[in-house]
Design a protein around this ligand. Structure first.
Ligand SMILES: CC(=O)N[C@H]1[C@@H](OP(=O)(O)O)O[C@H](CO)[C@@H](O)[C@@H]1O
Ligand SMILES: [Mg+2]
Length: 591
C-alpha cells in the first residue's frame, strides 16, 4: 500500500479534500519549476495524488453528453462544476500550445439566470479556434478515469510543452452560480500548474479586450478594465466633439441593462461621459428587483419584438437593450401610437457600413469594405446593402466565430448577427494606410479630418468581438453626426415581416444543412417541402437548422406580410415536426 492509499484510509474524506486543496496550492506556489504534469502516469506519485484529489472534488455528475456549441458550453448551472474543472485543464493546455494567455468567460449570456456556461478565448482575443472545440467536447464528456488519457493524447498530438507556467484570465457575469463555478475552473487550472488570474465580474467583450491587450504587449490597449474605459471614452469624445445634439438627434437614451453585468459596467461610462452623453439606466438589479434577462434585455426584445419591462414607456425616446453578458445590443422605440419599432443587428450593420463607406470615400484611401451576415438577416437589409450601399455582402453559418473569420478577409469587415451581436474588424493594411496618411504633411485638411475620424472610430469599436457598449457608442456617434433620430434611421429600408419558431424533435442532429445553413440536406425530402411552401407566398424565404445552444430545431421565415409569414413559419415548422421526428404537440397552422 502506497502512502497516498494509506492516507486515504486513515483520514476522513472531507478533511482529506481540504488538505488536498491546500497541498495543491502550496505545492504550486512553492515549486520553483512548474511541475511536468504530463505524462501523468510518469509523474511522481505525490503530484499524481494532487491531481487525483482535484479530480475527485469535481466528479462527472451528468451522464448525457454535452457539446461545445455556438458559444461554448451552456446548461443548468448545477450541471457544470466538472465541465468548468475540465475547461480549466484544457485552457492551460491551450495556453501552453499557443504560448499565450487564454481567457475563460463564465456566462450563459441571454439564458435564464439558473443557467450558466463557459467559453474559451484565444490569445488574439477571438473565440477559441474551431478545431479545438472537438477537444473541449471530448474533455467534457469522458469518464473521470479517462481524463488522464485524454490529456496525454492532446499533449502528444500537439507536442505541448508542459513546463511553462501558463496564465489564464477569468471573467464572469453576475449570475449567482458564477463564483462557485469559477472555483471549479481554478482547481482545473491549478491542477495542471497554470496560474489563474480572476478579473471578477466583467462583460464578455471586456475579457476579450483584456486578453488581446496582454498578448499584444498592450499594443491593442492597456490590459485592464480601466484601460478599456479610457480607450473607448477617449475615442468617443474625439468623435463627438463639442456637439451633443445635432438636427433630429437628441442627447437622451434609455438603457436596459438586462439586470446583468451590462448594467454594472455602463455606470463607468455614465460617469465619464456625463458632459456629452445622457444615458438613463434601467433594469439594474442592484437597484430594482428584476431578474437577469427576465422580460428584458436584447434577446427578449429581439425575439418577442416587444418593449421590455422596467423602462418608462415615453413615446419616441431612443432605447437600447443589452444582453446578460453585454455582447449584444438592439435599439428600439415606441411611437406616439404605441407602435413598437425595432433596430436589430442588421440595422446596426447597415448604419455602420454606410457611415464607414462615406468616410472611406472622403478619406481618399483605397480600402475594401465588406459586410458579413447569416441566413437570419432580414432579406430587405441584404438587398439594401447590395443595391443601395453597393457593399459586397457574404453569408456564413450562425455563430460569431464564422462571421468574424469571414470579416477578416476585408480591409474593413463589418459583421452582425440579426440578434445584435457584431463588430467591425480593420486589417493591418487598413490601419497602416490610414496612419500613414494621417501623418503625411501633404495630406489636405478635409482628407486629414476624414482619416482621423476613421482612426478614432477604430478605437471606439471593440475589434475582438461584438461589444454592446462599444457598439452603442458607435451608433450614437453616427446618429449624432448625421443629425438623425430613429425615424430617420428607419427610413433607409423597410424590414420584411419575419418570424422565428422552435420545434422540439427526438434528435436534432437529424437535421443537416449546406450553403451557410440555407439548404436542408437531411432529412431527405424536407427541403423540397420547404421549397413548395415558400413558393406559395410573396417575397418569401424560409430555412431550418438545429440550434447550437438549445435542444431544438429553429425555423425562420420571412414574407411580404405578417399574415403570410405567420402561416409560412407554422407550415415549415409542421413539416419539420413530421419529417424530423417531432415530439410533443404538433405546430398549429393558422387558418
Ligand atoms: C437565431 C439566433 O439568434 N441564434 C443565436 C443562438 O444560436 P443557436 O445556435 O441558434 O442556438 O445563440 C448564439 C450564441 O449566443 C448566437 O450566436 C446565435 O445567433
Ligand atoms: Mg451574449
Amino acid at each position: 500500500m502506497g502512502l497516498s492509499e494509506f492516507l486515504l484510509l486513515v483520514i476522513p474524506i472531507p478533511l482529506y479534500h481540504l488538505l488536498a486543496y491546500y497541498m495543491l496550492i502550496t505545492l504550486l506556489t512553492l515549486s520553483p519549476v512548474p511541475y511536468a504534469a504530463i505524462n501523468l502516469t510518469k509523474m511522481p506519485s505525490s503530484y499524481r495524488t494532487v491531481y487525483a484529489f482535484a479530480r475527485e472534488m469535481h466528479p462527472k455528475t451528468v451522464k448525457r453528453d454535452i457539446q461545445y456549441g455556438t458559444a461554448g458550453f451552456r446548461d443548468k448551472a448545477s450541471n457544470l462544476g466538472y465541465v468548468m474543472y475540465r475547461m480549466g485543464l484544457l485552457s492551460v493546455l491551450r495556453a501552453r500550445y499557443k504560448k499565450g494567455i487564454i481567457g475563460v468567460m463564465i456566462t450563459a449570456s441571454h439564458n435564464p439566470e439558473g443557467d450558466n456556461g463557459v467559453k474559451l478565448i484565444d490569445p488574439h482575443g477571438e473565440m477559441m479556434e474551431q478545431s479545438w472545440e472537438e477537444w473541449a467536447t471530448k474533455f467534457a464528456n469522458v469518464q473521470d478515469d479517462e481524463l488522464e488519457a485524454i490529456i496525454n493524447e492532446i499533449v502528444d498530438k500537439f507536442n505541448i510543452p508542459m513546463t511553462d507556467r501558463s496564465v489564464i484570465y477569468i471573467g464572469k457575469d453576475t449570475r449567482p452560480s458564477s463564483p462557485s463555478l469559477a472555483k471549479s475552473l481554478m482547481d482545473g487550472i491549478l491542477a495542471l500548474s497554470g496560474k489563474p488570474v480572476d478579473f471578477g465580474i466583467v462583460t464578455t467583450p471586456q475579457l476579450h479586450y483584456i486578453v488581446a491587450c496582454r498578448n499584444s504587449h498592450e499594443e491593442y490597449g492597456t490590459a485592464t478594465e480601466e484601460g478599456y474605459y479610457k480607450k473607448l471614452v477617449t475615442a468617443f469624445k474625439k468623435l463627438r466633439g463639442e456637439n451633443c445634439e445635432n438636427g433630429n438627434y437628441v442627447n437622451r437614451l434609455f438603457y436596459d441593462g438586462a439586470n446583468g453585468v451590462g448594467a454594472k459596467k455602463i455606470k463607468f461610462f455614465q460617469e465619464r461621459l456625463k458632459d456629452c452623453m445622457n444615458i438613463e439606466l434601467y433594469n439594474d438589479a442592484g437597484i430594482g428587483t428584476g431578474k437577469l434577462n427576465y422580460l428584458c434585455g436584447a434577446d427578449y426584445v429581439k425575439t418577442n419584438q416587444a418593449y421590455p419591462t422596467g423602462l418608462p414607456i415615453d413615446p419616441n425616446v431612443r432605447c437600447a437593450s443589452v444582453d446578460g453578458d453585454a455582447d449584444r445590443i438592439v435599439y428600439y422605440f415606441n411611437d406616439e401610437n404605441g407602435k413598437f419599432h425595432l433596430f436589430d443587428g442588421d440595422r446596426i450593420a447597415t448604419l455602420i457600413a454606410s457611415y464607414l463607406k462615406e468616410w472611406v470615400e472622403k478619406s481618399g484611401v483605397d480600402l475594401n469594405l465588406g459586410l458579413v451576415q447569416t441566413a437570419y438577416a432580414n432579406g430587405a437589409s441584404t438587398e439594401y446593402i447590395k443595391k443601395q450601399l453597393s457593399v459586397p455582402v457574404a453569408c456564413v453559418s450562425t455563430g460569431v466565430k464564422h462571421l468574424h473569420h469571414k470579416a477578416l478577409e476585408f480591409d474593413i469587415g463589418i459583421y452582425f448577427e440579426a440578434n445584435g451581436h457584431g463588430t467591425v474588424v480593420f486589417s493591418k493594411n487598413a490601419k497602416d494606410k490610414l496612419r500613414s496618411v494621417a501623418k503625411d504633411p501633404e495630406t489636405g485638411e478635409k482628407q486629414k479630418y476624414a482619416v482621423e475620424k476613421l482612426l478614432a472610430f477604430i478605437d471606439v469599436i471593440n475589434e475582438t468581438v461584438g461589444d454592446a457598449i462599444a457598439d452603442l457608442l458607435a451608433v450614437e456617434t453616427i446618429l449624432c453626426d448625421r443629425g438623425w433620430d430613429l425615424k430617420d434611421w428607419e427610413n433607409s429600408y423597410t424590414d420584411l415581416p419575419n418570424k422565428l419558431m422552435k420545434v422540439t424533435v427526438k434528435d436534432r442532429n437529424v437535421i443537416s444543412t449546406s450553403d451557410a445553413e440555407r439548404k436542408c440536406v437531411t432529412p431527405v425530402g424536407l427541403q423540397d417541402e420547404i421549397d413548395k411552401l415558400v413558393s406559395k407566398y410573396q417575397k418569401a424565404r424560409s430555412f431550418v437548422r438545429s440550434s447550437g445552444t438549445e435542444d431544438i430545431v429553429r425555423v425562420y421565415a420571412e414574407a411580404a406580410t405578417q399574415e403570410q409569414v405567420n402561416k409560412l413559419t407554422a407550415e415549415v415548422a409542421r413539416a419539420v415536426y413530421n419529417l424530423a421526428g417531432g415530439i410533443g404537440e404538433a405546430p398549429i397552422v393558422p387558418e
